[in-house]
Design a protein around this ligand. Structure first.
Ligand SMILES: *[C@@H]1O[C@H](CO)[C@@H](O)[C@H](O)[C@H]1NC(C)=O
Ligand SMILES: *[C@@H]1O[C@H](CO)[C@@H](O)[C@H](O)[C@H]1NC(C)=O
Ligand SMILES: *[C@@H]1O[C@H](CO)[C@@H](O)[C@H](O)[C@H]1NC(C)=O
Ligand SMILES: *[C@@H]1O[C@H](CO)[C@@H](O)[C@H](O)[C@H]1NC(C)=O
Length: 335
């Protein structure tokens, strides 16, 4: 009798151990509640010294925390996620067209979807558009964005508020999303929603450029001057130098998916700089990446000729009307 009790006891213990191990491996605790998953690379932001070929720049975290505390401490939280966005590409090389947009830019997004921001296969590459949006204080707009995503399934929405400086959070959180969900992307184009993009030209560009998948492509801003007033103002304490290290204009550029882990890792470590394109430049420098300038990224506009658009990779600052017109001209083969 005693032996049977003991055997039962042993069975019970083994079953319990199995249950706990099972729950743990499935990321649930013994009460069946989900265990919060520590991110593979938890925050450890710190001051850093970055060097390019000519200069060394120190970013001192304590000044960043004083001036831009939310930028340093925000934890990326998505209100609209896309877990399967990259799986649907199967074996095709994926080229993401990511577009920074605001909740209120409904018309712009509608025009982009009618023109270049379409899911499409171009010489093997699967081009997939994805709008990167943060929150608006208007609940009405937020509801409309949610409806829009139900119809088009091409939106990532974070819970931080849209603002000029918060664009750097969009940069950082998008890298985190790519790291978590889309390391297999071959290339990522990233640009503003007031831009013209020529997807065919982008594909041609990466196919015809040597080592395209090892470098960043865009309009290089060489040692541009640090502004101390106006919209792009930066204080002396967070950046006590006169020039920035070279970076790619944030209007539109391409980076290879192979660099996602390196960029994400440094984004967890570096102070978050309040200007998004300069910030991405710091991340690239810290990750040891190289840029390739190409004059076909037109960041300051371009001569107004449809045929030039055919050759351009990207043109910044185009009105919705102009975009639709250029696209119509393309369809009618005016070039
Ligand atoms: C950052 O600045 C603070 C305040 O001036 C200073 O105490 C600290 O040593 C600096 N950190 C580094 C890494 O230089
Ligand atoms: C972000 O998450 C970390 C770790 O869970 C936490 O310590 C920190 O307070 C969070 N930051 C904010 C702003 O909620
Ligand atoms: C930036 O986002 C953070 C987090 O949501 C928010 O606290 C802050 O107010 C935002 N900045 C602006 C200027 O809206
Ligand atoms: C491409 O990369 C290889 C190996 O890193 C290098 O030897 C070669 O010079 C590169 N080609 C160009 C055009 O940059």
């Amino acid at each position: 009798m005693l032996e049977r009790k003991q055997a039962l006891m042993i069975c019970l213990i083994i079953a319990t151990v199995f249950y706990i191990v099972y729950q743990k491996t499935m990321n649930y605790d013994i009460f069946g509640l989900p265990i919060p998953k520590p991110h593979p690379l938890a925050f450890h932001r710190e001051s850093v010294d970055l060097s390019d070929k000519l200069f060394t720049y120190q970013l001192n975290l304590s000044y960043f925390e004083k001036e831009f505390p939310a930028l340093q401490s925000y934890n990326c939280t998505l209100l609209i996620d896309k877990k399967d966005f990259c799986h649907s590409a199967n074996t095709k090389p994926l080229f993401i067209l990511s577009i920074k947009s605001y909740p209120a830019s409904f018309n712009r997004r509608a025009a982009l979807r009618k023109t270049w921001a379409k899911e499409k296969e171009i010489s093997r590459y699967l081009m997939k558009p994805l709008f990167l949006i943060a929150a608006s204080p208007s609940q009405k707009q937020m509801n409309l964005v949610a409806d829009e995503d139900k119809a088009f399934k091409d939106i990532l929405l974070w819970d931080f508020m849209e603002s000029h400086h918060n664009l750097s959070l969009k940069e950082r959180c998008f890298l985190e999303w790519l790291f978590d969900n889309c390391q297999k992307a071959e290339f990522i184009f990233k640009g503003d929603d007031d831009g013209f993009v020529n997807p065919k030209a982008l594909v041609k560009h990466v196919r015809n450029t040597a080592n395209a998948s090892q470098i960043l492509h865009g309009a290089l801003q060489r040692y541009s001057t640090v502004m101390r007033s106006g919209k792009y103002r930066v204080s002396n304490s967070i950046f006590p130098y006169q020039k920035y290290p070279s970076f790619l204009s944030g209007g539109g550029f391409i980076f290879p998916g192979g660099h996602i882990p390196a960029l994400y890792a440094v984004s967890m470590r570096l102070p978050v700089f309040p200007l998004d394109d300069v910030y991405f430049g710091f991340l690239s420098l810290a990750a040891g990446l190289t840029f390739r300038h190409d004059k076909k990224f037109y960041v300051f506009g371009m001569e107004d000729k449809t045929c030039l658009y055919k050759e351009a990779l990207f043109v910044h600052g185009i009105t919705t009307e102009k975009l639709l017109q250029v696209w119509r001209d393309f369809q009618e083969k005016k070039c």
